[in-house]
Design a protein around this ligand. Structure first.
Ligand code: PLP
Length: 457
């Protein structure tokens, strides 16, 4: 029996009866009903009602190589036949995580040569948090354990990852956060820059908030700063160019480790393998997941810099941490093939030189003059559109966050999957998008804005 024996209505009813969805108001979902996405190919997903939808979000920021990749299916199948599972505990390994670690060391910044696997970005951030604190303990400074993070950060949904995160609504439901994690302002110039303040100055001010927090805690007590190079789920908040170099300087000056969360930005999205390379950041850890397998298998890789790794190796002692699926052989086989595809097809160079710049141009040309657009930001294949009621005053529609939901619903009805985060529309398409796909998307967004405007004004 396959799902094809069920009607959409039957699937919805079963879903309502048994399935608790992530990040969902369950009462609301039971009234609205789910959309059942049943298959996908290239840049499109298809629901059970026959709608073809251009996937402007690459699933959840993950399907970098696009849908329908037979090679990935074959890589998984072959590995499952040969060895579906074995673990990396007790002095064992299997070939694919080993070879994948070698490949990751090759594509990561030069000073990063070690990898710790998990199955999700959240797990990888849990690992990162434990690892940096363990590092300082091994260095004889266990009191150096405070982590500085930022408002609007999203680092995942486990207790530790939510504690690292800076989403107020999520934190309210923590009912007891992991201690010694502090939050400072994020570099969101559109809302937080003062009147007349240049982007450059705002970037330095936002970085200074990190230094102030370090000084307030005492540098001897601060283990690390964690940040997404571009805050993704927080609304594709792209920092001014002055921000990251200043963060790097501050971390170096106070001997604070720099943890980058590249779960969204990794594996080509910014036009390099990692945003660390696009933005010239030298992190001590890089959290990655999603695009590593293009979402075809759950897998995360925490990339660990030489400084931490050499202490771990030289000082020794067991690091009591790991997951049953750390280095899952099937997930790693898929990742190896996925990286091969991204490389062979030159997808990263295409994002950097062609589709990334074109996405910006096309959004500006199609929406730059729209009365409801306050700002368009892009970096590689990440995009944000600020939705405003008044372009000059930047006044928002009320209640907060309501207008983008209307636009999003029209976009989906027009055949484009986009996401709304508060008052921002965001996009993160597969890296296989061409100029033609971008034109198709921009056309559908424009129509969604136009229809929404008639309803909202
Ligand atoms: N970090 C960032 C920057 C993310 O965007 C996400 C997920 O969207 C995560 C961590 C958590 O990843 P996962 O959902 O795989 O646990």
């Amino acid at each position: 029996m396959t799902y094809k024996n069920y009607s959409t209505e039957q699937l919805r009813a079963i879903d309502n009866a048994h399935h608790l969805h992530p990040f969902t108001d369950h009462k609301d979902l039971r009234q609205a009903g789910t959309r059942v996405i049943a298959r996908a190919d290239g840049p499109f997903v298809y629901d059970t009602e026959g709608n073809e939808i251009l996937d402007g979000m690459a699933g959840l920021w993950c399907v970098n190589a696009g849908y329908g990749r037979e090679e990935l299916v074959e890589a998984a199948t072959a590995q499952m036949r040969e060895l579906p599972y074995y673990n990396a505990f007790f002095r064992c390994t299997t070939p694919t995580p080993t070879l994948l670690a070698q490949k990751l060391a090759e594509i990561a910044p030069d000073h990063i040569n070690q990898v710790f696997y998990g199955s999700s970005g959240s797990e990888a951030n849990d690992t990162a948090l434990r690892l940096v604190r363990h590092y300082w303990a091994l260095e004889g400074k266990p009191e150096k354990n405070i982590i500085i993070s930022r408002d609007w950060a999203y680092h995942g949904s486990t207790v530790a990852a939510t504690s690292l995160g800076g989403m107020a609504a999520m934190r309210e439901q923590l009912y007891g956060a992991v201690p010694n994690i502090r939050h400072v302002m994020c570099p969101y110039a559109f809302e937080l820059a003062n009147p007349g303040e240049s982007d450059h100055d705002f970037g330095l001010r936002a970085a200074k908030a990190v230094e102030d927090a370090i000084l307030e805690a005492g540098p001897e007590n601060v283990a690390a700063f964690i940040g997404e190079p571009i805050q993704g789920a927080g609304g594709v908040k792209i920092p001014p160019e002055s921000y990251w170099p200043e963060i790097q300087r501050i971390c170096d000056k106070h001997d604070v480790l720099l943890m980058l969360d590249e779960v969204i930005t990794g594996y080509g999205r910014t036009g390099e393998w990692f945003a660390a390379q696009s933005m010239n950041i030298k992190p001590d850890t890089i959290t990655t997941a999603k695009g590593l397998t293009s979402g075809y298998q759950p897998l995360s890789a925490l990339l660990v810099g030489d400084r931490i790794a050499s202490t771990l190796v030289e000082k020794g002692g067991e690091f009591y941490h790991g997951y049953t699926y750390s280095g899952h052989p099937v997930a790693c086989a898929v990742a190896l093939k996925n990286l091969e595809i991204i490389e062979r097809e030159g997808l990263i160079g295409r994002v950097r030189d062609e589709t990334g710049p074109y996405l910006h141009e096309a959004l500006q040309a199609g929406l730059g003059d729209h009365p409801m657009v306050g700002e368009i930001r892009t970096f590689g294949l990440l995009a944000a559109i600020e939705v405003v009621k008044d372009r000059d005053t930047r006044e928002r529609f009320q209640p907060e966050g309501s207008a983008p939901v209307v636009i999003r619903d029209h976009a989906i009805a027009n055949g484009l999957m986009m996401r709304a985060v508060m008052d921002t529309m965001i996009m993160s398409p597969p890296l296989i998008w061409t100029k033609e796909t971008i034109d198709m998307a921009v056309d559908r967004i424009r129509k969604a804005f136009d229809t929404a405007e008639k309803e909202l004004r």
